[in-house]
Design a protein around this ligand. Structure first.
Ligand code: Z5A
Length: 210
């Protein structure tokens, strides 16, 4: 009897304008064409009550204390955990545009915010099978469309965020040079996704973030 594989949890991370949304769309259309059952998610998910408050904060129409907004970003992931577990359990792959690593890298870039403290509120969430880090020099990303509209979209912050991201790299991370053309990046990203979907680790239970 064939053992059913669970779905894979695949996350795209990177600084602002590194091309995460563009690449998530490319991966989703490739998966669709290949008839591979997959679902797209993004964080923050602004459609929930918690998410709408996060949206106001990012648009600078609401102010929140740094620890409080960090916990709201985290709560936004916790509120979607049951949906994620359900999808993975029935064999659907999930492609996620930003996840816990954004939560930690952005919050810890603020003065007096400790990286280890920032990790704690996400402990127990699902650990991705693959994290694709779209790496780009923030000065290059700055030249791409609509930069500077929301909170955090400034060069100084993005440089600190990038250095925090690199502290979070573990065995699930693959770094892709995101400064190349969309097509070149897509080729590498799809190859990494393909390898993750073929992995035997999908026969074992998904791990948790520590
Ligand atoms: N945040 C947080 O603090 N804590 C958390 O827990 C989480 C997030 C989850 C909102 O995120 C903010 O929330 C974000 C982190 C923080 N703040 N910042 N900065 P968001 O995901 O909603 O942010 P966004 O504004 O939707 O996405 P983005 O990061 O700015 O962009 P992207 O998804 O990486 O890039 P894109 O939309 O695909 O492309 C941007 C532009 O570049 C667009 O014009 C593309 O056509 C162009 N592009 C894309 N790829 C290329 C290549 N290869 N070459 C040239 N041009 C390209």
């Amino acid at each position: 009897m064939e053992i059913m594989k669970r779905g894979a949890l695949i996350v795209l991370e990177g600084c602002d304008r590194s091309g995460k949304t563009t690449q998530c769309q490319k991966v989703m259309s490739w998966l669709k064409q290949s008839n591979i059952e997959s679902h797209f998610m993004r964080f923050p998910e602004r459609s929930t009550t918690i998410g709408s408050l996060i949206g106001k904060y990012l648009e600078c129409s609401a102010e929140l204390e740094d620890h409080a907004i960090h916990l709201l970003f985290s709560a936004n992931r916790w509120e979607l955990l049951p949906d994620m577990k359900k999808l993975l359990g029935k064999g659907t792959n999930i492609i996620v545009d930003r996840y816990s690593y954004s939560g930690i890298a952005f919050s810890a870039a603020k003065p007096n915010m400790d990286l280890t403290w920032c990790q704690k509120s996400d402990s127990g969430l699902l650990k991705p099978d693959l994290v694709i880090f779209l790496d780009i020099d923030p000065t290059v990303a700055q030249t791409r469309g609509e930069y500077g509209v929301e909170r955090y979209e400034n060069l100084e912050m993005q440089k600190l965020v990038r250095s925090n991201y690199l502290k979070l790299k573990d065995e699930t991370w693959k770094v892709v040079d995101a400064s190349r053309s969309v097509e070149e990046v897509t080729r590498d990203v799809c190859q990494l996704v393909k390898e993750a979907l073929d992995s035997k680790s999908l026969l074992t239970e998904i791990k948790q973030l520590t």
